[in-house]
Design a protein around this ligand. Structure first.
Ligand code: HEC
Ligand code: HEC
Length: 346
């Protein structure tokens, strides 16, 4: 999980970042890439979806992945920071799971190299799902006999009810949570009527302002050509000292530094996707910015040292709206029944 700073990105930033070739706009692929040791199969997706919705994955039996990542809507929870077991409040904003499959590393600070590794984080996180450890977590699932046929169908015979397999199944389900065919995707694929005149203007303003220096590629996270596990991190704020920095407490959390303890990683953050932003307010790692136009103003000032006119902000926001949806239909899974003593101990 080495940090990569791409030299041309920095030179674009230095000269104001206007050079963005028209053919650099890319549509989202129709399927998400999967690692060689976890090809996506229907059986895994079905099991992963069950686990994703299963509150028995938490100590109290009340919190599931779905609690904080609502896939019936934006794939997040709309709180500045999340609430886990026993009403405990966490320190960061829940990012959307929609299109997380296109990130090369997971979490705001990039500490998980894959969706598989990410999925093993929340269950034993004392604030989120509160299980004592991953053995206790998978113990819960083992104690539910109705899960056995699903693990068998996904992973074959033998001792297959393991946390690694549970994480693989969840990751496989998450790889179906993607939104190709937004207005932007249709536009880039050739349907020139898919975006409005204002959205097209906003797309040009987005590139001319320099946003594409970091938010490029199909998911607008700069990660398109990076090997899995290699994060694309950028400093936020890049230009220190703006009013936004104190107003929104942008430097209280030191980002990637909290993982590496390396001074050069202070205030470095993984560049997030810009898809489905109308569904994922509030914004940024601490969720302190409530509206998309304010988020755009903050970015222009802190990352590019630019003040945008109200018209430019409106145009960029209109363009970002072209990156919304459409979302594949989600149906709630049926879950196997609970043995009576399952939740009595953690
Ligand atoms: C209590 C709320 C909560 C629960 C429960 C929860 N998450 Fe999260 N999730 C978060 C927060 C907050 C973050 C960001 C934390 C950070 O970056 O430090 C996050 C990050 C993620 C990410 C990374 C997305 C990105 O853009 O980097 C994925 C994927 C994810 N969660 C999936 C899951 C799955 C799968 C489960 C269930 C096993 C789950 N989450 C359970 C709150 C939650
Ligand atoms: C130097 C790199 C860089 C540039 C240039 C840049 N961004 Fe960002 N952007 C980031 C990073 C890093 C984050 C994550 C910040 C954090 O920790 O919350 C981010 C976050 C965002 C978010 C919040 C996403 C969310 O889910 O909360 C929006 C919206 C956004 N950028 C839009 C833009 C726009 C519009 C521009 C151009 C005006 C732009 N960005 C320019 C690096 C950049």
């Amino acid at each position: 999980m080495r940090m990569r700073v791409i030299p041309y990105v920095l030179s674009l930033l230095a000269c104001g970042g206007t050079a963005f070739a028209a053919d650099a706009w890319q549509a989202l692929p129709e399927t998400a890439p999967a690692p060689a040791d976890n090809p996506t199969t229907a059986a895994k997706v079905e099991l992963g979806k069950m686990l994703y919705f299963d509150t028995r994955f938490s100590s109290t039996g009340t919190v599931s992945c779905f609690s904080c990542h609502n896939v019936m809507e934006g794939g997040d929870d709309h709180r500045p920071t999340s609430i886990g077991v026993h009403g405990q409040v966490g320190g960061r904003n829940a990012p959307t799971v929609w299109n997380a499959a296109f990130h090369s590393v997971q979490f705001w600070d990039g500490r998980a190299p894959s969706l598989e590794e990410q999925a093993k984080g929340p269950p034993a996180n004392p604030i989120e799902m509160g299980m004592a450890n991953l053995d206790a977590t998978i113990g819960r699932i083992r104690a539910i006999p109705g899960y056995q046929p699903y693990f068998k169908a996904a992973f074959g015979d033998g001792d297959v009810i393991t946390m690694d397999n549970a994480a693989k199944a969840i990751a496989a389900y998450e790889r179906t949570l993607i939104t190709p065919n937004s207005a932007y995707d249709r536009y880039v694929k050739g349907d020139k009527t898919a975006m409005s005149a204002q959205q097209i203007k906003g797309m040009e303003t987005f590139a001319a302002t320099g946003c594409t220096a970091c938010h490029s590629g199909p998911a607008f996270n700069g990660a398109a050509n990076l090997p899995q596990g290699t994060g694309f991190f950028m400093k936020f704020p890049t230009f220190p000292g703006s009013v936004y920095e104190t107003q929104y407490k942008l430097t209280e959390d030191l980002g990637r530094y909290t993982v590496t303890k390396n001074d050069a990683d202070k205030s470095m953050w993984r560049v997030p996707t810009l898809r489905n932003l109308n569904y994922t307010a509030p914004y940024f790692h601490n969720g302190l910015v409530k509206t998309l136009d304010e988020a755009v103003r903050v970015m222009a000032k802190t990352q590019l040292n630019k003040e945008l006119s109200p018209e430019q902000v409106a145009d960029i926001v209109a363009f970002l709206g072209a990156l919304d949806g459409p979302f594949p239909q989600q149906t709630m899974p049926r879950l196997p029944p609970t043995p009576g003593d399952l939740l009595t101990e953690n």
